[in-house]
Design a protein around this ligand. Structure first.
Ligand SMILES: *[C@@H]1O[C@H](CO)[C@@H](O)[C@H](O)[C@H]1NC(C)=O
Ligand SMILES: *[C@@H]1O[C@H](CO)[C@@H](O)[C@H](O)[C@H]1NC(C)=O
Ligand SMILES: *[C@@H]1O[C@H](CO)[C@@H](O)[C@H](O)[C@H]1NC(C)=O
Ligand SMILES: *[C@@H]1O[C@H](CO)[C@@H](O)[C@H](O)[C@H]1NC(C)=O
Ligand SMILES: *[C@@H]1O[C@H](CO)[C@@H](O)[C@H](O)[C@H]1NC(C)=O
Ligand SMILES: *[C@@H]1O[C@H](CO)[C@@H](O)[C@H](O)[C@H]1NC(C)=O
Ligand SMILES: *[C@@H]1O[C@H](CO)[C@@H](O)[C@H](O)[C@H]1NC(C)=O
Ligand SMILES: *[C@@H]1O[C@H](CO)[C@@H](O)[C@H](O)[C@H]1NC(C)=O
Ligand SMILES: *[C@@H]1O[C@H](CO)[C@@H](O)[C@H](O)[C@H]1NC(C)=O
Ligand SMILES: *[C@@H]1O[C@H](CO)[C@@H](O)[C@H](O)[C@H]1NC(C)=O
Ligand SMILES: *[C@@H]1O[C@H](CO)[C@@H](O)[C@H](O)[C@H]1NC(C)=O
Ligand SMILES: *[C@@H]1O[C@H](CO)[C@@H](O)[C@H](O)[C@H]1NC(C)=O
Length: 463
């Protein structure tokens, strides 16, 4: 405990060097503990080579194969004149309506299995981010960061992002309660700084989108509010990693949401093992999808050698950085050809374009995946054949028929679609899945596609 006098003395010493600062003492409040400190948690990184003690997602008896469409009920509110429609309002300046605006005490915990499983998935995601950001900083030297265009101030920002994950994982653990999963050990797909940054950019993309997909569906809108306040910082992380890569920071008008099973499919391959008795998940692991000519984010011109085997990326794997020769964009001399860290950057050569052929290869159902290889890739009975590439980005899901299907491979042509005039839908790090059906879905019922997903998603570097 400092006495008031010693604070005044300390500030007095500061004031000698700096402009005069006020010397009133601030109010202080209790400091809440964190679930994980900076240095604890897993440090081993590599694949798992054991036999799992349990396998498969959590399940209960299922009621049906697909969820039937229900018509929307007649809206209980319409407003065509812009005036207050209710006969009165609860207090001055507060219009009638809203959820729990009537004084009901908030309850910041799951209210259903849907809520619990969604928050548990989000916590699995926060734990890997905490480990990943620390690991990248520890694994690569300052010189390696500098050679990739990232200086000490950039590295401090990554460190700060890791600290944010301490807060996020604590918040989610507190929301979940006693059985909240702990941190696991991870198996990362990068060997260079550029690949690390690209992997972070992709991982935060599906982390952010995975939460947007379920936030509005949660039974506990109270807890959803807290999660929203953490996922907005994750959204900033995603954009900052793009800036670190010298990519255009936000080439879209809307950020996309995806279903939980899509996020889990992308996340699980990078979790090596979890401690005994870690709470398990109920979401589906779809068969792996690889984009064989994924545009290389480290290339000046990503169309050169786009089809080379090193650009065949499973799921959320990063673009390789050491194979490009003089097509490597770090320190390239043209103002729009280099990809050093930058607030904003035009590209001379686009990552992708409408009409681009996208070569796809999918894995099989029944493959072990995820922590301890204890989950099994699966497709539902109605995912009976690969028929469409489904492009999901911004507000839109667009189906393109697969062509030249041969074994586990096919080709799809990047579509030419827009959200609204002037905004091409497919830009930034977007999602592609293989489906058996092209049912019409919109952002709030996107998960209706899940029974028809044949493989994927995979992340497509577009724009
Ligand atoms: C996963 O591996 C860890 C480390 O070997 C072990 O402690 C844990 O019990 C395993 N969990 C499962 C589900 O096999
Ligand atoms: C207060 O609002 C909540 C949700 O908006 C509702 O469930 C509850 O019935 C309301 N309570 C009263 C006393 O009106
Ligand atoms: C890029 O330029 C910086 C500054 O000159 C240098 O330190 C770094 O090694 C260069 N990186 C590459 C990949 O050429
Ligand atoms: C895992 O749970 C079982 C059953 O509750 C218990 O017997 C065992 O001690 C637990 N193991 C660990 C490592 O916590
Ligand atoms: C790209 O590779 C796929 C298979 O990976 C092959 O079918 C296709 O012909 C190749 N396209 C070009 C333009 O090389
Ligand atoms: C960046 O791209 C935009 C859109 O194509 C263009 O209008 C602008 O002139 C470019 N700026 C630079 C500095 O290249
Ligand atoms: C995409 O569609 C727009 C609007 O119809 C059109 O102007 C543009 O030429 C199309 N681009 C390609 C590559 O087909
Ligand atoms: C990509 O996924 C396929 C199918 O699941 C698998 O056989 C292959 O080993 C994976 N490749 C990499 C580089 O992880
Ligand atoms: C499909 O295969 C045919 C025959 O090999 C070829 O002419 C065509 O270009 C292929 N389609 C695509 C989109 O690659
Ligand atoms: C994309 O979604 C927006 C918003 O729902 C919609 O207005 C637009 O028509 C969609 N674009 C396409 C090509 O379907
Ligand atoms: C999803 O919602 C749209 C309206 O936004 C509706 O037209 C469509 O039929 C729904 N899809 C399914 C599979 O229920
Ligand atoms: C993606 O967005 C960037 C930045 O606005 C733009 O320069 C580029 O043309 C877009 N790409 C496509 C395919 O629309």
């Amino acid at each position: 405990m400092y006495s008031h006098a010693s604070i005044v003395v300390a500030l007095g010493a500061l004031a000698a060097a700096a402009p005069q600062l006020p010397t009133l003492s601030a109010a202080t409040a209790p400091i809440a503990p964190v679930r994980s400190s900076q240095v604890t948690g897993a440090t081993s990184h590599g694949p798992y080579s054991g036999t799992p003690t349990v396998t498969g997602a959590l399940t209960k008896p299922t009621l049906m194969a697909t969820i039937p469409h229900l018509p929307a009920p007649a809206p209980s509110y319409t407003n065509a004149n812009g005036l207050l429609q209710a006969p009165n309002q609860p207090v001055a300046y507060q219009p009638a309506g809203g959820i729990k605006t009537n004084g009901t005490e908030p309850y910041y915990h799951p209210l259903s299995d849907f809520d619990y499983e969604s928050f548990t998935l989000a916590l699995y995601q926060e734990w890997i981010e905490l480990d990943l950001f620390h690991h990248g900083l520890a694994r690569f030297s300052a010189a390696e960061f500098e050679a990739a265009g990232l200086n000490a101030e950039h590295r401090y920002l990554i460190e700060f992002m890791a600290n944010q994950e301490v807060g996020h994982s604590t918040l989610l653990s507190n929301i979940l309660g006693a059985a909240a999963p702990p941190q696991c050990t991870y198996n990362y797909p990068f060997t260079t700084v550029r690949e690390f940054i690209d992997f972070c950019q992709r991982l935060t993309r599906f982390g952010e989108s995975g939460v947007y997909g379920f936030l509005g569906h949660l039974d506990s809108q109270d807890a959803a509010t807290l999660l929203l306040q953490s996922i907005t910082t994750e959204a900033r992380q995603q954009m900052i990693f793009r800036q670190f890569q010298g990519l255009f920071p936000m080439p879209v008008w809307f950020e996309v949401g995806i279903p939980q099973s899509w996020a889990w499919t992308l996340l699980a391959p990078y979790i090596s093992s979890c401690p005994a008795n870690t709470t398990r998940l109920a979401w589906q692991n779809f068969p792996t999808l690889a984009i064989l000519d994924n545009p290389n984010t480290n290339a000046i011109n990503p169309q050169i050698n786009a089809n080379a085997s090193y650009n065949a990326l499973n799921g959320s794997d990063p673009s390789p950085s050491t194979v490009l020769g003089n097509n490597y964009c770090v320190n390239a001399t043209g103002a729009t050809e280099d990809c050093d860290a930058s607030i904003s950057q035009n590209r001379t050569y686009p990552l992708s374009y409408p009409g681009r052929p996208i070569y796809l290869r999918w894995g099989n159902a029944g493959q072990p995946i995820g922590p301890n290889n204890s989950y099994i890739t699966a497709r539902s009975p109605v995912a009976d054949a690969p028929r469409y590439a489904m492009f999901v980005n911004q507000l839109n899901a667009t189906y393109v028929p697969l062509q030249n299907i041969s074994g586990n491979t096919a080709v799809a042509i990047q579509p030419n679609t827009s959200t609204f005039a002037g905004d091409p839908t497919i830009n930034g790090t977007s999602f592609i899945a293989i489906t058996s059906s092209n049912i019409y879905v919109t952002p709030y019922n996107l998960s209706m596609i899940n029974p028809f997903v044949y493989a994927g998603p995979a992340l497509y570097s577009s724009g």
